[in-house]
Write a protein that binds this ligand. Structure first.
Ligand code: SAH
Length: 343
């Protein structure tokens, strides 16, 4: 049975219309589900018994199960959720000076096979449904409700490749963004892709206001292909052509994520290649400290080399930020908690 959390407001209106019900009940239902955050049809007191029975027959309203929760010294919280079929996924709540941010997963496992990443240790089992993506946010917001706090940002940077599950991710973001849904502004939602060009092309045409982030991690094809197999399918020339087209169609600033791997992509030559690559683009580089993964041989650049790389980029007038490390005392690297649990 489909989860009610998988339905956009429009889906719900269409469902109602096709069941001889008034479409305006959709907004009432959304209010119960996303404002009052009720997970029991029986409590929706302004909806007729007749309609509630129908809904109960056609949809589930179950939440996810919190299997485990790790809290880091810096406040980062990692959730391990169990889905209705027993699959496990992870979400992370991060606290920044600008507010609370949730990192959601888009798939169970991942097939992109990035060499440095823990998520790919476990191959993709299936796509997440829109409802399972929405529920990661709703569940964490429910916890924040107890302290009267509100989530401000969503990043689709957990396990999975969002553009390999395009429709479900976009529907979930629509529900999260909806003024009757979770009301998180489009500009506070970021979607990160390893560089699936067809997804980028599709996203460009939709003219959505979500931020687009690209996991770049290397400034030349040889190095990038050795780190990210996706580069064999969509090498830098193709990727950047798609991104330049995106920039033409959308007046939005692109983010390039760049993991700092000691001795691999953090040398002066990489600075110069990055400068060349990004020339003339409305974009900036977000340098990310690498969370070491036991099963992988890569080493983090460490603070000193990270700052050196940052300074070199600055000197070359490349727009750059250096992300602070979050949750490195818990299993915070993508897919780590889940991988350790399933072992
Ligand atoms: N598949 C998408 C989104 C999920 S990964 C993508 O590739 O963008 C989110 C980000 O975390 C990516 O930039 C990814 O390369 C990075 N990442 C993976 N493993 C990491 C690790 N151990 N430490 C820090 N970042 C990591």
């Amino acid at each position: 049975m489909e989860s009610i959390y998988s339905l956009s407001l429009k889906d719900l209106e269409e469902y109602l219309s096709s069941h001889e019900e008034k479409a305006f009940h959709a907004k009432q239902l959304y209010r119960w589900i996303y404002d009052k955050r009720i997970d029991d049809f029986a409590m929706m007191s302004d909806i007729s018994k007749h309609l509630l029975e129908k809904l109960q027959q056609d949809f589930t309203i179950d939440r996810l199960i919190i299997k485990e929760k790790q809290v880091s010294k810096d406040g980062t919280q990692k959730y391990l959720f169990e889905l209705s079929d027993g699959c496990l996924i992870e979400s992370v709540l991060m606290i920044f000076d600008y507010g609370f941010s949730v990192c959601v997963s888009s798939q169970v496992g991942c097939n992109m096979g990035c060499r440095f990443c823990a998520s790919g240790l476990l191959k993709k089992q299936r796509n997440l449904t829109p409802g399972e993506i929405v529920l990661q946010v709703l569940m964490i917001q429910k916890e924040l409700d107890q302290k009267d706090l509100r989530l401000g940002n969503i990043v689709v940077m957990g396990t999975g490749e969002p553009f390999d599950n395009y429709d479900n991710v976009m529907k979930a973001m629509n529900i999260i963004n909806d003024p009757y849904g979770l009301k998180i502004g489009a500009r506070h939602i970021s979607i990160s892709t390893c560089g699936l060009v067809p997804g980028i092309e599709r996203f460009s045409k939709e003219n959505l206001q979500y931020n687009l982030a690209i996991s770049l991690h290397a400034p030349n094809n040889e190095l990038r292909s050795s780190l990210m197999p996706v580069n064999n399918a969509y090498p830098l020339e193709e990727l950047f052509q798609a991104l330049k087209n995106y920039s033409k169609d959308n007046n939005r600033r692109l983010t390039f994520e760049y993991l700092l791997l000691k001795g691999i992509n953090d040398e002066k030559e990489h600075v110069l290649q990055l400068k060349q690559l990004l020339k003339g683009m409305n974009a900036y580089i977000n340098l990310i400290p690498y969370n070491t993964v036991k099963e992988k041989d890569y080493e983090s650049s460490g603070e000193e080399r990270a700052l050196r790389f940052y300074d070199m980029l600055k000197k070359e007038n490349v727009a750059v930020t250096l992300r602070t490390k979050k949750g490195d005392d818990i299993d915070a690297a993508c897919g780590q908690l889940r991988a350790n649990k399933l072992k």
